[in-house]
Design a protein around this ligand. Structure first.
Ligand code: SIN
Length: 585
């Protein structure tokens, strides 16, 4: 067993992890561990843009941005955190520009901005052009730029290292156990600060825009260590996944003038959101699509999708602003979107819930906000909470950049002032992990990962997706308990040490069933409809009983514990616009 020391270990090389690493580099010795090559991180899949009230296209304000984010969240977002994010957004964009992000430009040279769902001017009056972009490859260019900066700044990268557990001493986090995929050897990474930026968890659903790597490993690891997850019931389905594959078709397609049509050719969003139509927030558009399908107005022989019509855009405009969409449509479906509408249906896209943190990325382990020393989280794995019950498009890249930087700054402060020496390393986590892997390798009988994962994805897709009810959720909770047992009894056929991805998939599967249980149980407990959580049996929002965050803990004996904690309504206490009210668009 080898022990490696760095002042800071960041797990995950997407935008949140890289932004924190850039902040720390030069000041402290920082290493980034990733199960992928950093440039394969899922931040690179974000297409349409990053929001900030720069006002390059028309008048805009950070206060309107905060209002839209809070209203979009169905009032579950913590209002102070939203204000922090939206106020910091213009600075964050200019910083990215200076680091080298090649944003698209207006004729006058300013960074170009486009409309995106739920972003409005003057507290909901009409759509506003707030989303900065680089064609439809915004996440891709941000990821490349920050990786270049991190390499230039001499951040250590451990590519293709899978983190398996946290190390703790005296009630604080002080390292991680990881496996080097190339050799199968275990390493103990000893550190004074550990940050998780491990991304989202859409792979538990059958249809998803998420990459294969998005198996919620960070969430599974924290649950195993008694740390809670927050607001797990809120899972966003993006309205326009390429049918039937679920690959993301950016919201920018609608921002640039595309419209959704049913089989009758009707622009149906005019009925559901008369003011902002196709640019309503994603929860509303996804539900509207499913309502159209339920009413028999779906397209195709199965009537199971709708059409994204870009034919009003010229071929040149599509090539310039939406080149990825043009190429996905051509490669996967053989169609030219300037001539033929694109078949789309909702696809599991984004997790609003995650590891509870404060605005500096410090991990909070109870409803009273107690911190876990030595541990930070940022990005999709974290729940600050700035997205509440539903995230607005293009607020995700912003969240990664703003809170990745803030976590980096906070770790710098912590390392400078609080702790001079690393706490001694406890090897207990390594022993636990090696026993688990030996158990997997030694098993002579058991199911394959694929069999259990397929059943998990079906349960989540059928019973824990856009529309939910007591009957389905209760059944899902029971089925997930069975799936937990099945996942623990997997048989791994590949016994080699070199690139044994079967072991990895078995471990990922165990994380997937654990966090899925959190999603299903919190969804069952939340007897109301709010944002992305829509209950047929409780169709209305219930602020009296449920204007609260959910917390989910997993005890050592596997028992699930559910608690609630208050939402921060600090802006609402001084400004009437921010008081929870009916959410009409
Ligand atoms: C999109 O371009 O629609 C996805 C980006 C996001 O989820 O914010």
């Amino acid at each position: 067993m080898q022990v490696v020391y760095h002042d800071v270990i960041i797990v995950g090389a997407g935008l949140a992890g890289l932004r924190a690493a850039v902040e720390l580099s030069g000041k402290h010795d920082v290493a980034v561990l990733s199960k992928l090559h950093p440039l394969r991180s899922h931040s690179g899949a974000a297409q349409g843009g990053i929001s900030a009230a720069l006002g390059n296209a028309e008048k805009d304000s950070s206060e309107w941005h905060a209002y839209d984010t809070i209203k979009g969240s169905d009032y579950l977002a913590d209002q102070y955190a939203v204000e922090v994010m939206c106020n910091d957004a213009p600075r964050a964009i200019i910083e990215l520009e200076h680091l080298g992000v090649p944003f698209s430009r207006f004729e006058d040279g300013h960074i170009a901005q486009r409309p995106f769902g739920g972003h409005t001017k003057n507290f909901g009056e009409a759509p506003v052009r707030r989303t900065c972009y680089a064609a439809d490859r915004t996440g891709h260019v941000c990821l490349h730029t920050l990786y270049e900066q991190a390499v230039k700044d001499k951040v250590f990268f451990y590519d293709e290292y899978q983190v398996l557990d946290l190390c703790m001493a005296d009630g604080a986090v002080n390292g991680v156990v990881a496996i080097e995929l190339k050799t199968g050897r275990f390493l103990l990474f000893h550190a004074r600060a550990v940050m998780f930026a491990t991304g989202g968890y859409g792979k538990a659903w059958k249809t998803t825009s998420n990459a294969f790597a998005n198996t919620g490993d960070g969430l599974g690891i924290v649950l195993n260590n008694g740390i809670p997850l927050q607001d797990m019931e809120f899972v966003q389905f993006h309205p326009t996944g390429l049918y039937p594959l679920g690959i993301l078709i950016t919201e920018a397609a609608r921002g640039e003038g595309g419209v959704l049509r049913n089989a009758d050719g009707e622009r149906f969003m005019e009925r559901y959101a008369p003011t902002i139509k196709d640019l309503a927030p994603r929860d509303i558009v996804s539900r509207s699509i499913y309502d159209e399908l339920k009413e028999g107005r779906g397209a195709g022989p199965m009537k199971d999708h709708v059409l994204l019509d870009l034919t009003a855009l010229s071929r040149e405009a599509i090539a310039e602003k939406l080149p990825e969409i043009e190429s996905f449509s051509r490669i996967y479906l053989g169609i030219d979107p300037s001539v033929t509408p694109i078949p789309v249906s909702p696809t599991c896209h984004y997790a609003m819930g995650g590891i509870p943190t404060d605005v500096n990325g410090r991990v909070l382990i109870d409803a009273q906000g107690k911190e876990l020393p030595g541990f930070w989280a940022a990005g999709e794995v974290a729940c600050v909470s700035v997205h509440g019950a539903n995230r607005l498009g293009s607020n995700s890249l912003l969240d990664l950049i703003v809170f990745g930087r803030r976590a980096g700054k906070d770790i710098n402060r912590f390392l400078d002032r609080v702790l001079l020496k690393p706490r001694p390393l406890d090897t207990g986590a390594l022993e636990k992990v090696s026993r688990k892997i030996e158990g997997l390798l030694g098993r002579k009988e058991g199911e394959t990962v694929a069999a259990v994962r397929t059943d998990l994805q079906k349960v989540m897709m059928d019973k824990v997706s856009v529309f939910r009810n007591e009957h389905g959720l209760a059944a899902a909770v029971e089925e997930l308990a069975v799936l937990q047992g099945r996942a623990a009894g997997i048989r791994v056929k590949d016994q080699s040490k070199v690139f044994n991805t079967e072991i990895l998939e078995a471990l990922e599967l165990q994380h997937m069933v654990n966090y899925s249980k959190a999603v299903a149980l919190c969804a069952l407990k939340r007897q109301e409809s709010r944002g992305a959580h829509s209950r047929d049996d409780y169709p209305l929002r219930d602020d009296e009983n449920h204007l609260k965050h959910s917390l989910f803990f997993l005890k050592e004996n596997g028992e699930a514990v559910y608690e609630q904690k208050p939402v921060d309504l600090s802006l609402a206490s001084t400004r009437p616009e921010f008081v929870p009210k009916e959410r009409k668009y």
